[in-house]
Design a protein around this ligand. Structure first.
Ligand SMILES: C[S@@+](CC[C@H](N)C(=O)[O-])C[C@H]1O[C@@H](n2cnc3c(N)ncnc32)[C@H](O)[C@@H]1O
Length: 198
């Protein structure tokens, strides 16, 4: 498993890239409208990074917690707002807390080796009837990350994500388009996968 060094180093300047801020805002807007977020919801942002999505959703939720493997990214979030944080092991292991009403994630699934196993794990940290809203890249040709370490998936096929969620016990699964992001002149579409856990 790669360590957290890449994200620890990137944390300081992460928010300086306008594309990332715009992407997080667009994803958060899609989550807000598609996941029926309310002021009574307890929310976990899995792979929260510097909190770009976390802090967009915070005013709309009852509470929100950020979980991440990178101490540097979590320190950048802590410097911006007193959001509860969960430091995960470098391989992603660790107690996610909860149970939550909603678990969100943006642009983190492609860094997780075993995504079906993650979906089972997320389900264990949701209340009955709890929801997920998970955003990531649709299948791409590898140009988005340019061969960077720690990228296990060059985007995802939507029907595969939907099948993994159903196998993990989620119902009313749907995978929709959240937004498009443009990087170095190329457009990449981002999906939002939604489901409800019994
Ligand atoms: C591309 S960044 C996205 C950050 C944030 N969600 C955003 O939209 O700005 C991916 C984040 O996932 C974290 N990460 C990588 N592997 C992880 C894992 N296995 N479990 C949880 N977080 C992980 C990284 O440290 C990084 O903060």
């Amino acid at each position: 498993m790669p360590g957290t060094g890449h994200f620890d180093k990137a944390a300081k300047d992460w928010d300086q890239e306008d594309r990332r801020v715009a992407l997080a805002r667009a994803v958060a807007a899609a989550m807000r409208s598609q996941a029926s977020l309310t002021r009574s919801d307890s929310v976990l942002d899995f792979g929260c990074g510097t909190g770009l999505v976390t802090l967009e959703l915070a005013p709309l939720a009852g509470s929100i917690t950020g979980a991440d493997t990178s101490p540097g990214m979590l320190a950048a979030l802590a410097a911006k707002a007193p959001i509860p944080r969960i430091q995960l092991e470098p391989d992603g292991d660790g107690d996610l807390g909860g149970p939550y009403d909603l678990i969100v994630s943006s642009m983190t699934l492609h860094h997780v080796f075993d995504v079906p196993d993650l979906f089972l794990r997320l389900g264990r940290h949701l209340k009955p009837g709890g929801r997920v809203a998970l955003a990531d890249l649709d299948v791409e040709d590898g140009s988005f990350h340019g061969g960077a370490d720690g990228v296990f998936h060059l985007g995802f096929q939507r029907d595969r994500v939907a099948a993994w969620l159903r196998e993990a016990g989620f119902r009313e699964v749907r995978v929709e388009t959240a937004c498009t992001t443009t990087k170095e002149g190329r457009d990449y579409s981002i999906f939002l996968a939604l489901g409800i856990k019994d």
